[in-house]
Design a protein around this ligand. Structure first.
Ligand SMILES: NC(=O)c1ccc[n+]([C@@H]2O[C@H](COP(=O)([O-])OP(=O)(O)OC[C@H]3O[C@@H](n4cnc5c(N)ncnc54)[C@H](O)[C@@H]3O)[C@@H](O)[C@H]2O)c1
Length: 359
């Protein structure tokens, strides 16, 4: 197990991100003896695949362990599931010296993190990330929450974990579509902040696009997320750059009734937003070409899966749309995004978006 980076959020305690193939051992090594009861929370798949060795390692450290699962999928990331988990923890007598160990992808981490954020007004939690998306993105940064009828992630809290464990061994069982979802976010990180990492992704994609990206690529993505969170953990400034590709992606997801997997929507969204930047003279078209080629190599889409007309109502309803202007975070060149007039997002018109969407 390797120490990748310490996350230093401005408003919270520093925490380490560790990466390796034996998260149970790593967890036992960093375990705080005060955490005498622990709730391991994951979806039913990740609990079945990964909870047992963790439970055994923590029991050997003297902790009393309960395992709590929920049905996999976004439909479980709701207040009702949170309530059920909280009731089970209360019944088990978890007190303020308890700890939550969230095991799984972004859904398990967001949900269990939110449970930890409000349980007895906040207890410690640790993330064991088992999807590529959680490893390169969701596990770091302290955003927790659930969905509700009006939209995704509308109810939540900032609550940073005490540690993040990236279980790279877990990726061997991850379905290909989930790998690609994570790759899209990793490519996004590289495109925002690290040209060298983008080039490494291109090299990897040329060699072995169907495999699992190596530890160095995952470490590079984590370093970018950690650096952004160290500057702005509350989404007040630089963290907005993580929305690159997402303004268009959210409209694509909503317009297709969430039939398009998130990473696939982000891939198409990045291409649309980069094309818009080319049309506006903000970006060298060669950079758009590199992005499209990389996405194609790894099996991610590079054009919109629905018409602009279908997406339009969702742009109009986006809370970031003001006076017909949509706000997008778009890099100036591959590997770099800097504020323009003090803002990390640019206002673009629906006409500009439509042109980029359709070409
Ligand atoms: N908090 C943040 O900063 C942040 C950032 C990005 C995304 N998110 C959230 O993350 C969620 C998506 O996360 P996700 O893509 O990881 O989805 P997910 O958690 O649903 O995991 C995807 C699927 O893979 C299965 N799985 C997980 N690990 C596995 C493994 N190693 N082997 C086999 N199967 C495995 C899960 O059971 C699930 O069915 C969204 O709800 C999104 O809002 C949060």
């Amino acid at each position: 197990v390797r120490h990748l980076v310490d996350v230093t959020p401005p408003g919270a305690q520093r925490y380490p991100v560790l990466c390796g193939r034996d998260p149970a051992h790593a967890l036992a090594a960093l375990w705080d003896a005060r955490w005498h009861k622990v709730a391991i929370i994951g979806d039913d798949t990740t609990v079945a695949l990964f909870a047992r060795p963790i439970a055994e390692a923590l029991a050997a450290r003297g902790a009393e362990v309960i395992e709590l699962g929920f049905a996999p999928g976004e439909a479980s990331k709701i207040r009702a599931t949170k309530e059920r988990l909280e009731d089970a923890m209360l019944a088990a007598g978890l007190d303020r010296n308890g700890c939550v160990v969230a095991v799984g992808g972004g859904i398990a981490l967001d949900l269990a993190g939110f449970v930890a954020a409000t349980y007895l007004r906040g207890i410690a939690h640790i993330h064991v990330a088992t999807t590529l998306l959680a490893q390169v993105d969701a596990a770091v940064g302290g955003k927790t929450g659930v969905n509700c009828a009006r939209g995704k992630n509308l109810i939540g809290a900032f609550h940073h974990p005490r540690a993040v464990l990236i279980d790279t061994g877990a990726l061997a069982s991850l379905p290909a579509v989930e790998l690609r979802n994570g790759l899209a976010e990793g490519i996004k990180h590289a495109a925002l902040a690290d040209l060298e990492l983008f080039t490494s992704l291109e090299r990897w994609a040329d060699d072995d696009p169907s495999g699992v990206p190596g530890d160095e690529i995952i470490a590079g993505c984590v370093a970018i997320k950690a650096a952004i969170v160290a500057e702005d953990d509350r989404d007040q400034g630089r963290r907005n750059v993580l929305n690159f590709g997402h303004t268009a992606a959210h409209a694509i997801e909503a317009a297709t009734g969430y039939a398009v997997p998130h990473g696939h929507a982000v891939a198409a969204g990045m291409v649309i937003e980069l094309r818009l930047a080319c049309d506006a003279g903000w970006l060298d078209p060669a950079d758009l070409g590199r992005m499209m080629k990389l996405l194609e190599r790894v099996g991610l889409p590079h054009c919109a899966p629905c018409s602009f007309e279908a997406a339009l109502p969702f742009f109009a309803a986006d809370k970031k749309t003001v006076d017909g202007l949509v706000h997008c975070a778009i890099p100036q060149r591959l590997g770099q995004i800097e504020p323009v007039l003090g803002r990390f997002t640019r206002a673009v018109s629906l006409e500009q978006l439509e042109r980029a969407w359709s070409s």
